[in-house]
Structures are given as C-alpha cells and as structure tokens.
Write a protein that binds this ligand. Structure first.
Ligand code: ADP
Length: 492
C-alpha cells in the first residue's frame, strides 16, 4: 500500500509530545510490514541540526487566498527503516525556534502556517509522481487535508479513490482561530457552518478532519468512548458520536529501539527483566543528576507537560503530605509558568526530597524512567499516554488515574489481580488529590513487600506494547478508508 503520513512533529527531528513518538515509529512499523510509506513534516529550525542525509526533490508552490507559499522538498529516511521522510521548507513559516509557540505564546500566524503546510502536502504526490492510496493525517495541524482534497481536487486522478484517515491524539487541542481568519484557508463558504469548520463562531481546524476524513481514529479504545461524552468531548462529542461507526481506538505502540533499558545509550548501565542490578546504578545516576541524597528510598518520577490536563496541581495540593513520607520525587517538565513557580518554590522547601527540572530534556527523560521505582501520571484525561508504557519496560511501576489509555494499559494491583499474576501498576478512580495520596501510600506499602513488588515489575517488563499489533490494525483501517473513498468516487 502507498501511504502518505502527514504530521507536524516526528521523532527524532522535532518533538513536543507523544505525536512525535508515534509519527516516528508507526510509519517505520508500516514500512516493516512491506508498505511504501512517506512521512511529511515541516522543516523547522532545529531539524537542520539533526544527523540525516537529505536529497533535494524539487519545489512546489501553493496559493491560498492570493498569497503564494513556495516550499522546497527534501527527502531522507527515518532512521533504520525504509520509510521515507519528506521535509517541506518555507523559511518564513517554519524557520523559528519553536514548533507552535515561543515563551508560552502561540505564533499568531499558526492558521496560515499549517494551512499552507497541509495544502502543500497535496502537491507532493504530483512532484514525485507517486499516487497515495491512503493519507493519514494527525491532529489539527494536518486536519485540513481531507477538506482540501474535497474542495481543491474534485475528480483529480491523483486523489481519485485515495482514502483518508484522521487520528486525534488529543482533543483538547483543536486549532481554534478567529472567524475573520477563515478566508485565509481558501475553502468554500459552505465549509464554514456548524456542521463543518465553524465552532461557536470560531474556525476549528480539527473539525475539518472529523467531518471530511473517511475514517477517524484515536489513540486508545477507552478514549474513543470517552470523547463521545460531554465530560471529555470538549464540545465535539456530538459530531464524534454521529461518526461513531467510523471511529476506532488503537493503542499507541512503543518504539523499543529507543525505549528499552537493555540498550539505552542515555543510561550509565543497561539492564533487563532477568538482570535488574543495572537499575540500582541508574537510581544512583538519577539521584546524582537530581542533586538528591544517594539513599535507598523509593523514587517517584514524573515526566510531563506541566498543564492542568496532566494533574500536576493534584500533586502540588498534597505535596506537604507526600514530603512527610519516606521517598524522593523527581519531576521533569515544562508548561504553565504558574506551575513552574509552585514547583520551584516547593523544591526550595524540600531540597532533599524533591527535584524539579523545568525544561525539555530527552536524555534525562530516559534516566528518570530507568532510575525511578514508580512513575506518577495523575492525568485528568489521557488519550493514550506513552510514559506509562515506557515505565513498564523500565521496571518502574506506574501509578495512574484510571482514564483513557492509562485505563487500557495499567492493570491495578487489586488483591485479585495480584493473585492472578496480572497486576502491573496502580489506578485511582477520580482526579482527586486525596485519592492520589491514598494510592501512593498503598503503593509505598507494597514496595516494601519485596517479592510482590518484584512480580509487579516483572509483569510490566514482560508486557509487549511494540508497534506490530497496532500497525496491523491501522493497515486494516486503511483498507476500510480506501473502500469508503472508492464508494464516494463511484458515479451516482
Ligand atoms: P503528551 O503527548 O500528552 O504530552 P504522552 O505521554 O503521549 O503525552 O507523550 C509525551 C512524550 O513527551 C513522552 O515521550 C515524554 O517522555 C516526552 N516528554 C514530555 N515532557 C518532556 C520533557 N520535559 N522532557 C523530555 N521529554 C518529555
């Protein structure tokens, strides 16, 4: 199958969160299944420093509302795979330090940037003389693609029968813009109605994907049900419910090439499920890097965007009680300046127990996974979550709020799950600091029951969340999207 995979961030070239990890790994897994895969992303400033060989493939131009956007197209390969990566460069739009924002402020021209990028992607097949059978779009940044196919390419043989699949990685980010910006998209006025891109008087780019793509997916089965309810639907539950027959939840996989303590270059010592000694050294390495006393207490790790979604405020609410326990906490993240301030203040108060790193540090993220004993994810909602899956492989027991992908992947250490030998972590039901604290206390208690704790660790480390199974599910849905597109392109 010829698959065009469109994403605004791709590991290892540019990353702000889980989308990049997925976009770097799923296409590779699909290529491994024998498909012809091309990934397209913008060439941001930072991409230029990455060690990859590019070949110029030509240039394209698109015009939206009378503004012409030229792009250079360069091709390389995703590391160690046959999947090709195509970088679209336009220095005015993408030669900037951030991907979507700088110093916490969104770039004011984000609508224009990602509309031009999405529209330009549809010129790539012509340039390469390569007909995609399916186009996989991701999040609001590339959600316009199915709308542009419909509006700008009716009957065009290049996209005749091309199926489109749109994945929502996080419904909380919709690409909302003022209605006055709508004309910049160069889409017909009939696409700006409550049934299409309009959303309470604003332009909602995510809706373009939800309305026009043949198949919709999100990144876990539980989240695919949650987003059809008012509590999690962010105002889009109606349209998602209407399309429930086309909506599927597929759990993200893990790229074990990058995330496995048996061969992780970021660790001073490797280890695996049979040889856990290395983990002890990683704990010490983490305590050193975090300026915490080197002692044998449980270490709780967190790596997260510091936003309300991730429930960091719940941790802050019970920080005093947590700090009274015999443990150390290491937090790595960036985001809301107010949360930065609170965490830094708390670190000043508890320097021997709490270490806070406010930045984006890929290497430290790996060390936290390896050096911690438990990993805390108190998310208010979590479409899939990757860090709990990394934690499992690193023998770090996840403590999670029971929502979305966390509910689908973490098996709570209830007495019956422990007896059945299935448990791999801890759940708490509600986004409440009280429940978080109670669950932490329970986990700390079990931590000292050495045999049982070892079993939790082993269960996690043996679990297999590699991309193989999920890639096969996408393969099946691509076929469904192609069938739907063929149905639509049949003469009436
Ligand atoms: P989300 O995409 O909602 O941020 P996920 O759990 O799906 O959450 O993915 C987050 C990814 O980003 C993980 O690979 C995680 O390790 C990484 N990450 C998040 N914050 C940081 C940070 N401050 N430094 C390094 N990596 C980070």
């Amino acid at each position: 199958m010829r698959i065009l995979y469109a994403a605004s961030e791709v590991t290892p070239f540019a990353k702000t969160g889980g989308l990049a990890d997925v976009a770097g790994a799923l296409p590779a897994a699909l290529a491994g299944l024998g498909h012809d895969v091309k990934v397209v992303m913008p060439r941001y400033n930072g991409v230029k420093d990455k060690p990859v060989r590019y070949t110029p493939r030509g240039n394209i131009k698109v015009s939206l509302a009378g503004v012409v956007y030229p792009f250079d197209v360069d091709a390389g390969h995703l590391p160690e795979t046959s999947a090709e990566i195509l970088f679209l460069s336009n220095s005015r739009l993408f030669d900037r330090p951030g991907l979507y924002q700088e110093k916490g402020k969104d770039y004011p021209d984000n609508l224009e940037r990602f509309a031009a990028f999405s529209r330009a992607i549809l010129e790539v097949p012509g340039l390469l003389d390569w007909h995609p059978e399916v186009i996989h779009c991701n999040d609001w940044q590339t959600a316009l693609i199915p709308a542009y196919i419909k509006a700008h390419f009716p009957g065009d043989p290049m996209f005749n029968g091309t199926g489109t699949l749109f994945t929502v990685h996080n419904l909380g980010y919709q690409g909302l813009f003022l209605a006055s910006e709508y004309p910049k998209l160069s889409l017909p006025l009939e696409f700006f109605t409550p049934e299409t891109l309009e959303f309470y008087g604003k332009v909602n780019l995510l809706k373009a994907g939800l309305v026009f793509a043949d198949i919709l997916t999100t990144v876990s089965p539980t989240y695919s049900h949650e987003i059809q309810t008012p509590q999690f639907g962010c105002g889009l539950e109606g349209i998602l419910h209407e399309r429930s027959n086309d909506l599927f939840g597929i759990i993200n996989g893990v790229d074990y090439q990058r995330w496995d303590p048996a061969h992780d270059p970021h660790l001073g010592q490797s280890y695996d499920s049979r040889q856990l000694q290395g983990k002890r050294l990683c704990r010490r390495q983490l305590q050193k890097a975090s300026k915490l006393p080197i002692k044998k207490v449980p270490i709780i790790g967190m790596i997260t965007r510091l936003t309300e979604q991730k429930g960091v405020d719940l941790v802050i609410e019970v920080l005093y009680e947590l700090m009274m326990l015999d443990l150390q906490v290491v937090i790595l993240g960036e985001g809301d300046p107010d949360i930065h301030l609170k965490l830094n203040e708390a670190m000043g108060r508890y320097p021997r127990k709490l270490s806070v790193h406010i930045n984006f540090d890929e290497s430290l993220a790996h060390l936290i996974e390896a050096g911690s004993d438990m990993f805390l994810m108190p998310s208010r909602y979590e479409p899939c979550g990757l860090n709990q899956l990394y934690s499992l492989r690193y023998g770090t027991v996840p403590i999670v709020r029971k929502t979305g992908g966390l509910a689908d992947t973490i098996i709570d250490a209830t007495p019956s799950n422990i007896a059945a030998g299935k448990a791999n972590g801890f759940h708490f039901e509600h986004a409440s600091s009280h429940e978080l604290l109670t669950t932490m206390r329970l986990a700390l208690k079990l931590f000292h029951e050495t045999d049982l704790w070892l079993q939790l660790i082993q269960n996690g480390m043996m679990a297999d969340f590699s991309w193989g199974r999920s890639a096969k599910e996408y393969e099946r849905l691509y076929c469904l999207a192609i069938d739907k597109a063929a149905e639509k392109s049949k003469p009436e």
